[in-house]
Design a binder for this molecule. Structure first.
Ligand code: IVH
Length: 679
């Protein structure tokens, strides 16, 4: 039996968390700190874990994702989920308006509502007595797929309405809402970056990425992906007496659904068209992609009267923007070599402007794409740009061929090392399997020192190629053997720069096991898998001896990652890396967080600047890390202290602008001394 007191507490927590979620994600004005919010969520999770009967489907704890389902079951929509007819520009929009005015004269004086036409995918959201119970894709318009657990992971989707209990709005017994799920352009770029780091296939555009995310069988995978939502319609409802589209939007907002802030209400078609044309010009200012505006007759009963043509309601139209597509000449096809040796083709183009940006290169996805589309050197090709996202080649314009174009043959050898390339069965990618390939080495070094891995500041793309090109770095472990004299021989490496790079390298040797594992760039082993492996095996020695079966016992490690780990350790080249790491003493053992946090500086991060009296940078960094603190070279709002010495420059300025406290060497030492005495 669960006491009513606990039930009440769980209900209060749920509603409190829902309100904070709503304030944070929808209103973007939170009233509690992240820490306070986490504490509420943890308390609720704890209660639900202890008393599973307290768990309810609208619990915000369910956003983290549930168990994988076998396959999606079908959901019959309460009404057909209609599509939209298109109008290209003002003339076709006027023609649409004229057509429907002839059907019903009252259209001529009707009010119109305009909304951005989000380039995402329709979702249909069912609420029973205010609780989100089911969500589906559009499917064929009559039957969609049940993706409820996946939709629950969307942060802005209210699990209970009204999301804010203080809102004066009665709870409908039954409500079905239509919205668009999509990905912000930045989030999409970041997500693709993550995929690229893991050596995975990239998504072509945010729409496909969002669709892929919502079709995951395991909602945990959806939860990791940044999916956004905007709602714009009510499909079916009880206790809902709203007569216009404008009021529908207001109602949805009041209930706590995310609704676009760029919706407008007009009387007369011409102002409506002007508004659409304005957006055609400035579509890029939005953080997400829109491919037009939707114009809707405001009066819902007039809409109903106008009826549908096929699956398109007559009372609404999509004012389509001109596609951000242009034609240009394909001058050549270049080939990139990735960290794992994957070769990818890219188009080298006659420069051309698309949506205000000059484009010289575009992706060609992979060699199969080039072959399937029969893209030839010298072809005129269609280029498409989707917002900030990298432009891509859509197809060649076959009709414009002159006969001078050359068929393209995918490379038989790697453009960097000239070794023969391989195609692995079942994969479309071509690989350079030469582990000594210089381009791969550069990419490996880049990954090894990146922020998610060992975070060695001052070692960017340029320096990575310098180090590999000069022969100083053959594999990633060689970084730890670099000397000041060697660095100073490189171009643009003065004394100061060499020393600060060596300091950063030294500091990186303190990084924990999981960061080192992630730095190796083993296929499928990103931050999460690396941590799980580090926790379970504790050291590189243990991990090296693990069999695929043992590896798979770790949560999140499937057969392909297990095999990749085993293979990585078995390769002679990597064995050499390991020997070198051992030789330089970078051989971390996993320490549970509580042990690491024992130091008096645990939880604090420091940035160093200026000349520190009595200490080199290196000594200061070691002192801080040995006492449990973290050292970083970049100031952010997360920095706890700036450790300041003489002649401090830009960092001090930046720290002051962010309000970050300053501390000097003496105070730091006495802080640690006092804390140690108290212990
Ligand atoms: S209204 C009966 N409004 O565009 C009304 N659709 O090309 C039919 N879309 O399938 C749709 N933003 O997925 C409407 N503000 C908006 C929209 C929108 C995006 C999508 C929707 C639809 C597609 C039609």
């Amino acid at each position: 039996m669960v006491s009513s007191r606990l039930q009440q507490r769980a209900a209060n927590l749920r509603s409190e968390i829902n309100v904070h979620n709503y304030r944070y994600y929808v209103l973007e004005s939170p009233t509690v700190s992240d820490g306070e919010f986490d504490a509420l969520l943890r308390e609720l999770q704890h209660l639900e874990l202890k008393y599973p009967r307290l768990l309810s489907p609208d619990s915000p704890t369910q956003r983290v994702g549930g168990r994988p389902s076998e396959k999606f079951s079908k959901v019959a929509h309460p009404e057909t989920i209609l599509s939209l007819g298109n109008a290209n520009g003002a003339t076709e929009t006027r023609a649409w308006f004229e057509r429907i005015s002839r059907l019903d004269d009252s259209v001529r004086s009707a009010d119109l509502v305009v909304e951005p036409k989000i380039d995402g995918l329709t979702v249909v959201l069912h609420y029973e007595n205010g609780i989100f119970v089911r969500g589906a894709t559009r499917g064929d318009g009559d039957v969609g797929e049940d993706i409820t657990p996946n939709l629950r992971t969307l942060r802005t989707l209210p699990l209970r309405i009204p999301a804010n209990p203080d809102v004066d709005q009665s709870v409908p017994s039954h409500l079905v809402v239509r919205g668009e799920a999509f990905m912000y352009k930045r989030a999409f770029a970041r997500w693709n970056h993550r995929l690229a780091d893991k050596g995975g296939r990239l998504y072509v555009n945010p729409r496909n990425a969002a669709s892929g995310a919502l079709r995951q069988l395991d909602s945990k995978l959806t939860a990791e992906r940044p999916i956004a939502l905007l709602c714009y319609g009510v499909i079916a409802a009880e206790d809902f007496d709203v007569g216009s589209q404008w009021e529908t939007l207001e109602y949805l907002r009041k209930m706590g659904f995310p609704v676009s802030e760029h919706t407008r209400h007009f009387t007369g078609l011409e102002d409506t068209i002007t508004y659409c044309e304005e957006w055609a010009e400035k579509r890029d200012v939005l953080g997400y992609e829109i491919d037009g505006m939707v114009i809707k007759i405001d009066d819902l009963s007039l809409n109903l009267k106008l009826g549908v043509a096929g699956k398109d309601p007559r009372g609404a139209v999509a004012f389509k923007f001109p596609a951000q597509e242009v034609a240009t000449k394909l001058n050549d096809i270049g080939v990139n070599v990735g960290r794992t040796g994957v070769l990818t083709p890219y188009a080298i183009l006659e420069p051309v402007e698309v949506g205000g940006v000059t484009i010289k290169q575009a992706t060609l996805h992979n060699f199969d794409f080039v072959a399937k589309k029969d893209i030839r050197l010298g072809d005129r090709v269609i280029i498409k740009r989707a917002g900030e996202v990298i432009p891509y080649v859509v197809r060649p314009i076959v009709d414009e061929r002159t006969g001078q174009e050359l068929r393209y043959r995918s490379p038989g050898i790697c453009p960097s090392c000239s070794e023969a390339v391989n195609r692995q069965t079942g994969e479309v990618a071509l690989y350079c399997v030469n582990g000594g390939c210089p381009e791969q080495r550069v990419r490996n070094v880049e990954h090894f020192v990146s922020r998610a891995a060992l975070e060695i500041d001052g070692l960017g793309k340029r320096v990575a190629s310098q180090l590999v090109g000069s022969g100083l770095v053959e594999d990633v472990a060689d970084i730890f053997f670099l000397t000041e004299a060697q660095l100073q021989e490189l171009d643009t490496f003065a004394e100061r720069k060499s020393r600060s790079l060596l300091d950063a390298i030294l500091v990186s040797k303190q990084r924990p096991l999981d960061r080192l594992l992630a730095a190796f760039g083993i296929r499928g082993v990103g931050a999460v898998a690396a941590r799980a492996l580090a926790e379970r095996f504790g050291s590189l020695d243990a991990l090296e001896g693990a069999t695929p079966v043992e590896l798979q016992q770790v949560e999140g490690i499937g057969p392909s990652i297990a095999v990749a780990v085993e293979e990585w350790f078995s390769r002679p080249r990597n064995q050499q890396v390991l020997r070198k790491l051992r030789a330089v003493g970078f051989w971390p053992k996993w320490q549970p967080a509580s042990e690491v946090e024992l130091g008096p500086l645990a939880g604090y991060s420091f940035v160093l600047t200026g000349i520190l009296p009595g200490w080199t940078r290196r000594q200061a960094s070691i002192f801080i890390e040995e006492n449990g603190g973290r050292v970083s070279s970049r100031i952010s709002s997360q920095t706890s202290y700036l450790l300041v010495g003489a002649n401090a420059g830009v960092k001090l300025k930046r720290a002051r602008s962010l309000g970050i406290p300053e501390i000097d060497v003496d105070r730091l030492r006495s802080l640690v001394a006092v804390a140690s005495e108290v212990d």
